[in-house]
Design a protein. Structure first.
Length: 116
């Protein structure tokens, strides 16, 4: 019988608790500022329905994404660690998301039809 070699210790990731707090703060700022500015723009432009919901969403994304990317760049980590890897991987993730949402919608629709 051959002796087993001890498992190599895995390299401990540089988990820093403050990063989670900083991420939550970035999202809080983006959500608050994006929603407030979005509401003002929506009222000023007289938008309603989907466009009225789209404006704050775009503002939140426009605030949060650059802040997160700037913080990642400052940290020295590549954008690929955020999942920003390329068109092939993005397409696969998109298809997976559509599949999951479609599957969930189908389950709900079938359940509702079955109850009738």
């Amino acid at each position: 019988m051959r002796a087993q070699t001890p498992a190599r210790p895995t390299r401990r990731s540089s988990v820093r608790p403050w990063r989670a707090v900083l991420g939550a703060a970035v999202m809080a700022v983006a959500l608050g500022a994006g929603q407030a500015a979005g509401d003002a723009v929506t009222r000023w432009a007289g938008l309603a329905g989907f466009p009225a919901r789209l404006v704050p969403a775009l503002l939140v994304a426009g605030i949060a994404v650059p802040l997160v990317l700037a913080l990642r760049r400052r940290d020295g980590a590549p954008a690929a660690r955020l999942g920003l890897t390329g068109p092939r991987e993005a397409t696969q993730a998109f298809v997976l998301g559509v599949t999951v949402v479609t599957g969930a919608a189908a389950v709900v629709a079938i359940g509702r039809l079955h109850r009738r």
